[in-house]
Ligand binder design. Structure first.
Ligand code: ZN
Length: 326
């Protein structure tokens, strides 16, 4: 017998645990709010058969009529958006942050990232493999749906719940949380996770993702919440405590970047290869290509932050960014 995929959290509010095979995140939490008029599904899982099967089973078990079901996507990553085109009906609204929608609609979305990775020292011979292994490349929606574009402060009412969109850039530039003030519920997407640290990366010089992220943590830190419902793993209650731990984590990581630099000049890729990573491989050479990519993106985000703080200097030489301590 299959394990029940649907779990009731509160009246009319459910979680579907969508498996993410071979992915360290393990599962995506898709939340469903059921109401007599319309239903809302928050995040969907990758565009791959293992995810679709579970989502369809969840939709069936909950008796959801998809022509009366809308979707809210917390951010652009494929584990959250991947299945939206398969599940949404012609009459479904697909709520999506205006900022992330712009990135979604870019032509050649990978081109700018590849160029930026190159300039940050990512070896050219590994680049194509890194992109073709990227979940965003493999498991994104097959087409772009028509979005109902959402800005900060928009309210969406579903049955007994009244959800306010909170723009919380950092994990992605357009990331949105949903907050129900009366029920004291926060759907935190990948902005705040409990068991794992949200990935903060940067693939464009224009974006200071870590600075944005830390500000967005402060923005929600003091919200009265009874329960936080994150995009992955367990629910939790101590939002303040978790946010303080995440902030500390990133300040320590920034310190580590400065230590790795230690009077030398290095590229972001080199720095990433010398930082410590919570991963089952001892040597950087053995890291799976996807992990090298994520590690480099994270190192860039911390370097960009340190540069803005006046602690790191960036020079361009022979087509590469070189970082050193100031
Ligand atoms: Zn995610």
């Amino acid at each position: 017998m299959r394990i029940e995929v649907v779990e009731e959290i509160k009246p009319d509010l459910f979680r579907i645990k969508v498996p993410l095979p071979n992915n360290p995140l393990k599962e995506l939490n898709s939340y469903v709010i059921r109401s007599r008029e319309r239903n809302l599904i928050i995040d969907t899982g990758f565009n791959r058969p293992q995810c679709l099967e579970v989502m369809e089973e969840g939709v069936f078990n909950l008796g959801l009529d998809l022509t009366r079901t809308d979707f809210f996507l917390t951010h652009l990553h494929a584990d959250h958006t991947g299945l939206v085109v398969r599940l949404a009906s012609k009459t479904s609204a697909v709520y999506f942050s205006r900022v992330d929608a712009q990135m979604f609609k870019r032509e050649e979305p990978w081109k700018a990232m590849i160029d930026y990775a190159k300039i940050n020292g990512f070896p050219e011979e590994e680049l194509l493999r890194a992109i073709s292994n990227h979940p965003g490349f493999k498991y994104s929606p097959q087409s772009i749906p028509e979005f109902d574009l959402v800005d900060d402060g928009r309210e969406i009412e579903v049955g007994r719940y009244r959800l306010k969109c909170l723009w919380t850039p950092g994990h992605t530039p357009g990331h949105m949380c949903l907050y129900d003030e009366k029920e004291k519920l926060l759907f935190s997407g990948d902005h705040v996770l409990f068991d794992i640290t949200p990935h903060i990366e940067s693939w464009s010089y224009q974006v200071n993702a870590l600075h944005d992220y830390l500000s967005s943590l402060d923005r929600i830190r003091d919200l009265p919440v009874a329960m936080v419902l994150p995009g992955h793993r367990s629910f939790f209650t101590d939002l303040k405590g978790r946010i303080d731990a995440l902030k500390k984590h990133h300040y320590l990581r920034a310190e580590e970047v400065l230590e790795v630099l230690n009077g030398k000049r290095k590229t972001a890729y080199e720095i990433a290869s010398q930082m410590t990573w919570d991963i089952d491989y001892e040597r950087w050479e053995d890291f799976p290509i996807a992990q090298k990519w994520f590690a480099t993106g994270e190192a860039i985000a911390h370097l960009r932050f340190l540069e803005e703080e006046g602690k790191v200097e960036r020079n361009i030489e022979s087509g590469l960014f070189w970082f050193s301590r100031k």
